[in-house]
Ligand binder design. Structure first.
Ligand SMILES: [Zn+2]
Length: 456
């Protein structure tokens, strides 16, 4: 399979969304209605259903004249299906896939000041789960195709809209992968435009830049588990799985991977140093020196976004331990999510884990091909061509290639290993010995992602 070429969609839609309802044209109103309906359809993995979102969009496409056969809701489970819509062109050129995901990250009502599943417009901003990842993209793509159909536009190639499930992790499967494997004929295309990979940025109402995703960090999760013999809380012991795990996590919190400036990262900071001002711009220039200025590196690393671009990261994201308040815990478990800069880091991380977490076992090789740090020439060219097409966004806006530090895609268990003994330690730190009989297992699950996988 060929690697997917990244283009960025320039969607004026997000800009018109902020207009007040009274000022909206019929097409803008359609976009707003779709956006509202999508945000108010829960598509989280735990309680939501992407099939419902697919159905509400499919109705619009059918009502607008798309043949039944060209609007397909498909997937291996009843809940969380994908929508594939084919807008037929003249066939002069091979099709293009327009990709976005329907699912959203979990959102607990108590964590939000506003209802995450209600679209709220306030002070010029939209609030709600998925407003920026990526139901805005889903809306933009859908509204654009509906409008083109109404205006009887005939493209010179088929436009394939693929709105998928399971991109945010936690689902039973990944929609894009499933389509490629099971319904390849539906998404066979020359290239793919991914709404989730970069985009325009504004600051204080001013157009700032247009970012183009050139590569993506590798997604990798570890599940760490410490077990103990348990007992009654009235007779506590020092050997407690919660303490052992907490001590390991504390060391993780103090650990930092070294900064790494690759080709893409360097170009990103070069461009950004001309957009930013003051100390930030000076720091960006300073880290491009050889060797990088350590003070500037430290200052930039204090900003989470820049830190995530500069280095591999590892962070505890979930914790689970104990089973009763009056019992000594028999198990403590943490999920540590890593974002790795490149393949070599995966190997290095594996070596570090072998040294410091001797009971963690990796699969012999990752199940997914990680994204490349250096984009292939054709991909780079395509990105540059795309970034030059800034008519919709404004000619004055610089474009910048970047690493994307975030989104998870395929999340699956690849390995599970148990051993009766081990040490609790973290890379770059001292280890804490754990009595053999008490700490009887570290269990490691590995998740990988590859959002750069082929759609062709
Ligand atoms: Zn996303």
């Amino acid at each position: 399979m060929k690697a997917m070429v990244f283009f960025i969609l320039l969607l004026p839609f997000s800009m018109v969304l902020s207009l007040r309802a009274a000022e909206l044209t019929p097409h803008q109103q359609l976009g707003r209605d779709l956006f509202k309906a999508l945000i108010e359809t829960d598509t989280t993995h735990s309680t939501g259903d992407t099939t419902k979102a697919a159905e509400l969009l499919a109705r619009r496409f059918r009502d607008t004249g798309f043949p039944e056969a060209d609007v397909q809701i498909i997937g291996p489970t009843l809940r969380n299906k994908n929508l594939v819509v084919r807008y037929r062109g003249t066939g002069l050129k091979p099709p293009v896939v327009l990709l976005a995901h329907l699912d959203v990250v979990e959102a607990k009502r108590e964590d939000w000041s506003l209802d995450p599943f209600k679209l709220t417009e306030k002070d010029g901003f939209f609030y709600g789960r998925g407003t920026s990842d990526i139901k805005d993209g889903v809306t933009g793509l859908s509204a654009a195709l509906l409008r083109l159909r109404r205006e009887n536009f005939k493209p010179n190639r088929d436009l394939i809209l693929a709105l998928t499930s399971g991109e945010e992790g936690g689902a039973d499967y990944n929609g894009a992968e499933w389509l490629l494997t099971n319904r390849h004929e539906l998404v066979k295309a020359a290239f793919c435009l991914n709404a989730d990979s970069g985009g325009p940025q504004m600051r204080h109402g001013k157009k700032l830049m247009y970012s183009v995703q050139a590569a993506e960090k590798i997604y990798q999760s570890f599940r760490l588990e410490v077990k103990g013999s348990g007992g009654h809380s009235s007779v506590p012991t020092k050997d407690n799985p919660i303490y052992h795990l907490a001590a390991g996590l504390l060391r993780l919190s103090q650990f930092e991977f070294p900064a790494r400036l690759g080709e893409i990262t360097r170009r990103y900071f070069q461009t950004m140093s001309q957009i930013e001002t003051g100390q930030t711009a000076a720091d960006m220039k300073a880290i491009l020196k050889t060797p990088p200025d350590s003070k500037a590196l430290k200052e930039l690393s204090a900003v989470p976004f820049y830190n995530a671009i500069l280095r591999t990261t590892a962070v505890a994201t979930m914790l689970q331990a104990g089973h009763a308040e009056n019992a000594l815990p028999q198990m403590a478990r943490a999920t540590v999510n890593c974002r790795l800069l490149r393949t070599s880091r995966l190997k290095k991380l594996r070596r570090l884990c072998d040294a410091y977490w001797p009971t963690i076992r990796f699969p012999s090789r990752p199940s997914k091909q990680p994204s490349r740090a250096r984009p292939r020439r054709s991909r780079q060219k395509s990105c540059e061509q795309s970034s030059n097409r800034k008519r919709e966004y404004g000619r004055g806006s610089p474009s910048s290639p970047s690493w994307k530090p975030a989104p998870p895609t395929a999340f699956f268990s690849a390995s599970r290993a148990r051993r009766p003994t081990g040490s609790v330690g973290l890379p770059g730190t001292s280890t804490t010995s754990v009595p053999t009989a008490k700490m009887n297992a570290w269990v490691c699950r590995i998740s990988t992602m590859d959002w750069n996988s082929s759609i062709n």
